[in-house]
Design a protein around this ligand. Structure first.
Ligand SMILES: Cc1cc2nc3c(=O)[nH]c(=O)nc-3n(C[C@H](O)[C@H](O)[C@H](O)COP(=O)(O)OP(=O)(O)OC[C@H]3O[C@@H](n4cnc5c(N)ncnc54)[C@H](O)[C@@H]3O)c2cc1C
Ligand code: SF4
Ligand code: SF4
Ligand code: SF4
Length: 393
């Protein structure tokens, strides 16, 4: 039995965490993304997994939404954050109420996992965008236990993770606040692992860095001027603009993202969450007074609960309500899915062969350099044919 085809499954774990027979495990595929696998011998065909899958049961929302440009007044925290640092303001508000905050951290090997933070001194672990799909494990069950026990919970993740959590919970909890992200798509954990290995070999004889920041503001934020930064414990540093970094180029060109992201059902202004956060790309054209090159958050407020939180924390931020219809003009990820790169399969084949360096593979596939079989030309032609056929379908 298949719950949904792999090309649609977002990997939210709602099914695996709620199967009454405990017969669903999340297993990684050739690309390194996790999908549910059913042990048919244990399955009782109750179809519960199909009833709660957010892809098969997308709920309609009809909320009164507002858009804001927001800057966290704490400059240090904002510099550590991806955009305007709004996530940390909401997280601290919940922690001060003795609640818990659930978000994505790097472990020691830079795998990305969702964890629980209860102490403000550990909140730094969740700050900053990690550009690979996070491992949710059994976090939905931990969240439910805390909600049932009356604790305030802030969950922060991609929109499909929020939708999965809501379906898993199956009922509304007043003590739950959800933040989702404007989301281009999530890159493969396997590609991320390969890239860190490659980077560490290039920079530091294979010894892993102590810090990775894929959205360093050392080179600025406005006009997409951010950089990728790897810092090693011997003081070595790799700092490259995202346009020059091979991992970010593969991500932005849609070579490494999950298939379901190409037809994401969770985009748009209406969301399952209370707040949606992104970068306010283009704020420099819409309101210069809200752009100082250190990052501005694009914040959508979807619910009364979120509006109350915003009112409670207004002293800690600078904010301006913006025209909601113009807010996403320079941030298409709010509304539109991307097209997968037509040479995605070739990319994974080359990575698996381990014959060429990571950067060389990306350069060849994106057509920056020719390989010995002149595949640069072939790959360009195959992309054009692919697009032409897709348009005619
Ligand atoms: C994969 C991905 C793609 C994104 N694409 C876009 C985009 O196209 N356009 C845009 O405007 N914004 C995008 N964002 C959101 C943006 O990068 C910031 O995360 C957001 O603006 C919040 O920034 P902040 O300054 O408020 O706080 P930050 O401190 O930077 O917030 C980080 C928050 O993001 C969560 N998070 C980090 N990595 C992950 C992950 N891998 N999975 C789930 N949650 C994670 C953390 O739990 C934390 O809550 C993306 C984020 C991710 C993770
Ligand atoms: S049909 Fe029921 S028992 Fe079978 S995998 Fe789905 S939830 Fe589990
Ligand atoms: S519930 Fe989530 S993980 Fe399970 S099939 Fe649906 S999208 Fe995939
Ligand atoms: S693009 Fe959509 S499906 Fe992909 S991770 Fe983001 S929210 Fe989920």
């Amino acid at each position: 039995m298949k719950i949904t085809e792999n090309e649609h499954c977002v990997g939210c774990t709602a099914c695996a965490n709620s199967c009454p027979e405990h017969c669903i495990t999340m297993e990684s595929d050739r690309e390194g993304f996790y999908y549910p696998q059913i042990d048919e011998k244990k399955c009782c065909n109750c179809n519960y997994c199909k009833k709660i899958c957010p892809v098969l049961n997308k709920k309609k929302t009809n909320k009164e939404n507002h858009a804001y440009a927001i800057i966290n007044k704490d400059n240090k925290i904002r510099m550590e954050s991806t955009s305007g640092g709004f996530f940390s303001v909401v997280a601290m508000y919940i922690l001060k109420k003795q609640g818990i905050v659930v978000g994505a951290e790097y472990d020691k090997q830079f795998n990305v996992n969702h964890i629980v933070v209860e102490d403000i001194k550990n909140l730094y672990k969740l700050r900053g965008a990690k550009y690979t799909q996070s491992n949710l494990g059994t976090i939905f069950q931990i969240i439910k236990e805390n909600l049932v026990n009356g604790r305030n919970v802030l969950f922060s993740g991609t929109s499909c993770q929020v939708a999965g959590l809501k379906n898993f919970l199956g009922k509304k909890y007043e003590n739950l606040l959800c933040i989702d992200l404007v989301c281009h798509g999530v890159p493969s954990p396997k590609i991320w692992e390969e890239y860190i290995k490659y980077r560490a070999e290039q920079d530091n004889k294979g010894i892993y860095p102590e810090l990775i920041n894929l959205r360093s503001k050392k080179t600025g934020w406005s006009n997409y001027s951010y950089s990728v930064q790897f810092v090693y414990n011997n003081g070595k540093e790799y700092l490259k603009s995202s346009g020059e970094d091979p991992f970010m180029r593969a991500f932005i060109s849609n070579l490494s993202i999950r298939s379901s992201c190409a037809e994401c059902k969770f985009r748009g202004i209406d969301r399952d969450s209370d707040f949606t956060l992104g970068d306010f790309w283009g704020i420099w054209n819409q309101d210069k007074s809200m752009d100082d090159n250190k990052g501005t958050s694009l914040v959508y407020v979807h619910t009364k609960k979120a509006m109350q939180v915003l009112n409670d924390i207004k002293e800690e931020v600078s904010m301006k309500e913006m025209d909601i219809d113009k807010s996403w003009i320079e941030n298409p990820s709010v509304m539109k899915s991307v097209e997968l790169h037509c040479n995605k399969n070739l990319f994974y084949e080359e990575i698996d062969k381990k014959e060429k360096e990571f950067k060389v593979i990306v350069d060849e596939i994106l057509g920056e350099i020719k390989n010995e079989n002149n595949n640069y030309t072939k790959s360009k032609i195959s992309c054009l044919v692919h697009r032409f056929l897709k348009r005619r379908r």
